[in-house]
Design a protein around this ligand. Structure first.
Ligand SMILES: [Zn+2]
Length: 308
């Protein structure tokens, strides 16, 4: 690794990774902690072509770069653009738009859009342990009329009209732990309770609003219902942490992004979950966390725009 200390600010990151040898070595160490492995045959014996920053496998004679098999694959942009882009995406509180990223890096908006979508893929939360202890559960609606309505009014309107134009997002947060949220097809009892039972240990304390879909959970959980019509919050019976997460999500959606296609909503959701769940880390920590996930993740342009 380079003798220079690791970067702790955006400016330092841009400087640090502007040296392609340093950037390549950084990614190579993360991908292959015990030395490069040929992605074609698994061979460990190779020569390094320093001027082109590629390896040549002695077993199968194929050449490979550090980008092969990662989100960087088949991108003409260098790691000197990619790594600062990841730094920016990992550390932006409300999300970064492709326009902002394009300006910051000096690339086209289309390139920046493509980079951001690949980076979001790397930010997707992977496996979760089951939640336990105290868990807040809530649902929210994205888009259309529901945006500025009070929650209780919104629910009546939505149950009246079916809420079909709005994306439905369901979330759970373990107090003192992480949030897990996803776009759901509907908020029916079977849909939500299946997710709850898959995600939360029986016997845990759970807090929800009064929606009918939550009825019956008290067979397996210590289920307490939050009454939003009351002016006060009854001790521990609240969903304030979950609501904080919805605020963060909606700030990102309405403040930063020009528009969000429903198809892409789940990716923005992943990004906001990442920010929320990694809030205790410093900037380098969040960057390194995304970088750990980068190797092995690959999505094509066609898959991103839903044509694959
Ligand atoms: Zn090989």
């Amino acid at each position: 690794m380079s003798k220079n200390p690791l970067p702790s600010t955006l400016l330092e990151a841009v400087r640090y990774f502007s040296d392609l040898d340093v950037a390549t070595e950084y990614v190579a160490k993360l991908r292959w902690p015990s030395g490069p492995v040929c992605p074609n045959c698994g061979g460990l014996d190779h020569s390094f072509l320093k001027t082109r920053r590629i390896w040549k496998c002695k077993a199968c004679k194929k050449q490979f770069s550090v980008k092969v098999g990662t989100i960087f694959e088949d991108s003409a942009l260098g790691l000197d653009k990619w790594l600062p882009a990841i730094w920016l995406a990992a550390n932006s509180k409300n999300g970064i738009s492709s326009y902002e990223l394009a300006r910051a890096l000096g690339v086209t908006q289309k390139s920046a859009w493509f980079m951001l979508h690949r980076i979001r893929l790397a930010m997707q939360a992977k496996s979760f342990n089951k939640f336990s202890g105290e868990v807040e559960i809530d649902e929210t609606y994205i888009g259309g009329l529901a945006r500025n309505m009070h929650k209780s009014v919104r629910k009546q309107k939505i149950s009246g009209t079916g809420g079909t134009n709005k994306a439905k997002v369901f979330g759970m947060i373990e107090r003192g732990g992480i949030v897990r949220a996803e776009v759901v097809p509907d908020v029916k009892r079977s849909t939500l309770q299946k997710r709850i039972r898959e995600s939360i240990e029986p016997g845990s304390s759970i807090y929800t609003d009064r929606m009918h879909s939550y009825i019956g959970l008290d067979a397996d959980y210590d289920h307490r219902v939050v009454d939003h019509m009351e002016c006060y919050v009854d001790g521990r019976v609240h969903t304030n942490y979950m609501e904080n997460f919805w605020s963060l999500l909606k700030r990102g959606l309405h403040g930063t992004y020009v528009s969000v296609q429903p198809f892409h909503l789940f990716r923005y959701l992943d990004e906001r979950m990442f920010t929320f769940n990694m809030r205790e880390l410093d900037d380098y920590g969040r960057f390194a966390n995304v970088m750990q996930a980068v190797a092995g993740r690959r999505v094509t342009y066609a898959e991103l725009i839903g044509q694959a």
